[in-house]
Each structure stands twice: as C-alpha cells, then as structure tokens.
Design a protein around this ligand. Structure first.
Ligand SMILES: [Zn+2]
Length: 189
C-alpha cells in the first residue's frame, strides 16, 4: 500500500488539540511486537511522510490521527544521529538527569502555533525496539550540562529535548499542559 492509499484508507491527518483532542491527550498503548508490527510499519511510513512535508524534528503517534486503532500506539520517530531518524517502538525512560533548563518549543499538535517555555533535562537515556524488533538503548545530551537561566530561543533542535517532547506526547501531554506561554516581547528591553 503506498502512502496516498494509506492516508485515504485510514482517515489519516495531523491530530491537534482542536480536531482530535482526546487522541492527543490519550496515553498511547504498547505495541505487541509479535502480532502488531503491521500497524507500526504503516505508521512508520506516515510519520516519515509528515516529517518530510512539515519539517518536523520529531513525531509521535499522538500527533497522527488514524482510524486503524482506537488509541495512539507507543511509537515515535526521533533523531538518532546527525541527519538520521529512526522509528522506536514502546520507548521507555531509563534515566533523565542533570540540571533543568528552560527551553522554547512549538508543536504541530498545538494549533495556535505559539511557543512555550518548557523545563527540560539535559541528559536522556531511553530504551525501545527498532522496526526489526531489536532491543535498543539511546543516549542523548550530557549530565554535566550547565543550565542557563534564560530560555534558549529556537533550541528545540537539541536532540535530548526532542526526545522528551515526543515522550510527553506518548503520555498524552503537550507543551501547552506543562509550559508557560512564551512572550517574544519579553526579549525586547
Ligand atoms: Zn509536539
């Protein structure tokens, strides 16, 4: 099945707090690696498609509505190395560490397109499974990161913050729930 058939057959669209509130706010359910890989491979195609189209830096299944499952599944497309992305199944935190820093983020599922200041950790270690159903651990950032007091503008490209943003989505949490609306005027003195 090609991508346009998938999009049409399964009513696929970007899920936002406006058009699919419950979908975005639902805790994504785990995937059965023995019986449900057909769902993952379709979602993998869809996530790559939207990621290319909208230049997303990361995507979770809570960002993508479809009618194939009742709730989002525990899958996310995240950066794993410079310019390389990988789909990770059933991701879990092993460790979140370091001094929190304020980070400015936007989100494709928050329709007003506003920026929010979010507290992020500088070090992330997660586990999960690849499309080949192979167990993997991925490490990002640094425990020694010396956090600043002011938000770092446009800093959402830091991979350790992208991982936390997408993991939040899988728990049904958006930057609107946990952040403070960022006022660009506050930068002008
Ligand atoms: Zn988001």
């Amino acid at each position: 099945m090609n991508i346009s058939e998938i999009l049409e057959n399964y009513s696929v669209e970007i899920a936002t707090l406006e058009n699919h509130y419950n979908w975005v706010k639902t805790n994504a359910r785990e995937i059965n690696l023995e019986t449900e890989m057909h769902l993952v491979s379709k979602l993998d195609q869809i996530m790559h498609y939207f990621s290319d189209l909208y230049k997303f830096v990361g995507v979770s299944s809570n960002n993508i509505y479809w009618n194939l499952t009742e709730t989002p599944i525990r899958v996310m497309l995240i950066p794993v190395a410079q310019r390389r992305y990988q789909t990770i199944i059933n991701p879990e935190y092993i460790e979140l560490a370091g001094k929190e820093i304020d980070n400015v983020e936007a989100c494709g599922s928050v329709p007003d397109n506003n920026n929010y200041v979010i507290k992020r950790k500088p070090y992330v270690l997660i586990s999960g499974y690849t499309l080949e159903r192979k167990y993997t651990e991925l490490e990002y950032g640094s425990k020694d990161y010396d956090a600043g007091e002011y938000p770092e503008l446009s800093s959402y490209h830091h991979r350790e913050w992208i991982i936390q943003h997408e993991m939040d989505h899988l728990y049904g949490t958006t930057i609107k729930d946990m952040g403070i609306l960022f006022d660009f005027n506050s930068l002008i003195q």
